[in-house]
Structures are given as C-alpha cells and as structure tokens.
Design a protein around this ligand. Structure first.
Ligand code: ADP
Ligand code: MG
Length: 234
C-alpha cells in the first residue's frame, strides 16, 4: 500500500545574518496510514523543524512532502491552511488553549473554522471532552485546570475535527512523569480507536515507547529507525 506521508530528501536552512543554520540536512521517510511514529532527539536536533514542514507550517529549502498524493510543499498559503483544517490536528507542549475561553469553547474552535453550527459544535465538543475523561469540566477556563487536564483539552481539540493525521510536539514536555503517562495513554487510545496517523516528537524515551517506530534524529539527520514491536499500544 502506498504510504500516506512521503518525505523525500527534505532540507531546511535558516539564514541568520552571516550564519547559516542547517536545521534539517537531508531527511527521507515514508509513514503509513494509522502508524504512530516518534521522533526522538535532544533539543536542537531538528524535531520541530521536521514536524512544522510536514504539517505545512514552513516550506523546506529543498525536498518534497507528499500527503495522500498531494505535494503540500507546493501549495500556497490559503490551500495549505485549508488542507490543515481538513486533515490535521495539533497538540502542543504548552497546550495553546485560549485563556478567556472555556474548555468546551476551546475544543469547538476547529469546528467554527469548518462552519459547523453552534448546537452541533457543542455536542461534538462535549462528547470529545467526555472521551478524554473531562465530563463536567466543560465550563472551566484553562487557569482553573491542572496541566494534565489542560493537555486533555488540547487532545480533545485535536481530535474533534476527525483528522487523518495528528502532530504532537513534546505533548508531555510540561507534565510530571505520572501525568505524562496518563495523558499519553489517553492520546494513544484515541489515536488507535480512530486509526489516526500520529507523528509524535519528544526528547523523552519513556514517551517514545508508545510508538510503532522510533526515529532518532541528530543534527538534522536520521540516525536510526527502530521498529518497536513491543509498542505500548493501548
Ligand atoms: P528541536 O525541536 O529538536 O529542539 P528545532 O527543530 O527547533 O529543534 O531546531 C533545530 C535547529 O534549527 C536549532 O539549531 C535551532 O536553533 C534552529 N532553528 C529552528 N528554528 C529556527 C528559526 N526560525 N530561525 C533560525 N534557526 C532556527
Ligand atoms: Mg522542538
């Protein structure tokens, strides 16, 4: 079967005055539908750069990114935004919730962009909050929730639009190890249940254990790819 995501020889060079920073040197990888792939590497190794390019948030200096047959590196801003809204969910290290919005309003946001009407949005968002264990928290604002609860809201928001692919950049980076495990297990169970392709970026080996494949990245290149047969797939 053809890979859902094909990354071909991508390179990203940032020019900072006189200095050229090679954030990604030459990275190629195919990712199958429903696969959970973890990018593991120390800070500065190029993980976020990789993720941002595959998600169409940045253009590579060289190379191709083809998702479901669409060469997303060639799309203009408007089309890439539409592509993201339709196909992609994001989970961030610092949650990126809107502080003045309640949990249900935060989860509803992707549906507003899709033009779903209010009543349906509220139903879908509250169902998704319940699915991540937050029934009863609909009207809490981010400041009234713990870090783990805020990240569950982040997961619900990523899932609510029924994306084909989720990108998670250090999703447990701000959480203690116990909460981190809870959050990762909720994320994994939802991803498996809906056969979503997950690209997960972390510096934490314990988090990488949940993936089907672990791609170790160092200085902008893939150092190794390990099939994780004992993935803690929930
Ligand atoms: P990681 O997510 O693995 O910590 P990044 O992908 O953020 O690493 O960064 C890889 C390298 O590229 C680092 O040296 C970083 O300083 C550099 N870099 C990232 N983004 C930019 C940018 N917008 N401008 C200049 N350099 C950048
Ligand atoms: Mg990063």
């Amino acid at each position: 079967m053809e890979a859902l995501i094909k990354v071909k020889n991508i390179r990203k060079v940032y020019q900072m005055g006189e200095e050229r920073i090679i954030a990604l040197d030459d990275v190629s990888l195919d990712i199958q539908k429903g696969e959970v792939v973890c990018f593991l590497g120390v800070s500065g190794s190029g993980k976020s750069t990789f993720l941002n390019m595959v998600a169409g948030l940045e253009k590579p200096t060289k190379g191709e990114i083809i998702i479901g047959g669409i060469p997303i590196h060639t799309l203009n801003e408007e089309n890439v935004t539409l592509f993201r809204q339709k196909n992609i969910g994001f989970i961030f290290q610092s949650y990126h919730l809107l502080p003045m919005f309640t949990a249900i309003e935060n989860v509803s946001l992707p549906l507003i962009f899709r033009g779903v009407e209010k009543k349906k949005r509220d139903n879908m968002a509250s169902e998704m909050l319940a699915a991540v264990g937050l029934a009863g928290y609909e009207n809490r604002k981010p400041s009234q929730m713990s870090g783990g609860q805020q990240q569950r809201v982040g997961i619900a928001r990523a899932l609510v639009g029924n994306p084909k692919i989720i990108f998670a950049d250090e999703p447990t980076g701000n959480l203690d190890s116990h909460t981190s495990k809870e959050v990762i297990e909720i994320m994994m169970s939802k991803v498996r249940e809906h056969n979503i392709t997950l690209i997960l970026v972390t510096h934490d080996k314990d988090v990488s254990c949940y993936a089907d494949r672990i791609v170790t990245i160092q200085d902008g290149n893939i150092l190794s790819i390990e099939n994780n047969k004992i993935s803690k797939g929930v």
